[in-house]
Design a protein around this ligand. Sequence first.
Ligand SMILES: NC(=O)c1ccc[n+]([C@@H]2O[C@H](COP(=O)([O-])OP(=O)(O)OC[C@H]3O[C@@H](n4cnc5c(N)ncnc54)[C@H](O)[C@@H]3O)[C@@H](O)[C@H]2O)c1
Length: 249
Amino acid sequence: MLFENRVLFVTGGASGIGLATAERVTAEGGRAVIVDLDLERARSAAANLPGSIGLAANVADDDAVAAAVAAATEQLGRIDHVLAAAGHAEFGPVAEWDSTRLSRMLEVHIGGTFSVCKHTLPILKATGRGSIVTIASTAAFTANGNNVPYGAAKAGIAGLTRQLCLEALPEVRVNCVAPGRTVTGMTTPIMLERGGDMEQGERIFGEKVPMRRMGTAAELAAAICFLLSDDASFITGQTLVVDGGETIT
Ligand SMILES: NC(=O)c1ccc[n+]([C@@H]2O[C@H](COP(=O)([O-])OP(=O)(O)OC[C@H]3O[C@@H](n4cnc5c(N)ncnc54)[C@H](O)[C@@H]3O)[C@@H](O)[C@H]2O)c1
């Protein structure tokens, strides 16, 4: 029971990697605050997790994030762990990106991660301990085409994490996980478009991975929960790549 009596605050928690992490934390004795764009989705995800609640917030809106953090502490009494997982993927050559679209990409990923850390860090520091995990991507470190804004946003998150780590010490640890190709709500439409069905889509995407398959949200959650938990008590400021070996080639 790695998370007994602990509360996880997770953005993007209604789906994919965020939801899988909330499931694992609650299975290990904790409770979760599921924050997502849509209140109904957040609440229905939380309804399956003992002691958990769902809240709506767009992470690109700093006031909305502050309100969600306040509601979380008011309703569950504490926050011990934070996962900033909210995000969206959009691809295309730079010529297709105007400044509004680019700003949205940067505001959700870098701005959203910044706001979530800004508003939760004082609470964690006040309790004298705690941990934060942010989510980058292998796209922060490798180039694979038509991915400039997303790759820039994710590289920004890795840099933000490293810088924040010093400010958070000595009480709080801050680490980053960089997922490779993972089957989630984000990748499902792309797999269906490329493959026609999920099986073909997974096969096409998995071929580029040395392990010959995509990762699961539960596999990402396992790595995130390790970094969030006391098992990683001497690890901070790191980015852990979880990609089936894709970036070693
Ligand atoms: N799936 C992959 O292959 C992959 C690879 C690398 C990185 N990532 C990153 O992992 C994180 C989680 O994505 P996922 O794959 O689980 O996708 P997902 O679509 O299953 O989950 C993302 C969740 O974030 C929410 N969200 C999006 N924008 C938001 C906003 N502005 N405010 C609040 N919530 C918002 C969505 O509603 C959704 O529920 C993202 O940051 C993504 O960029 C995913």
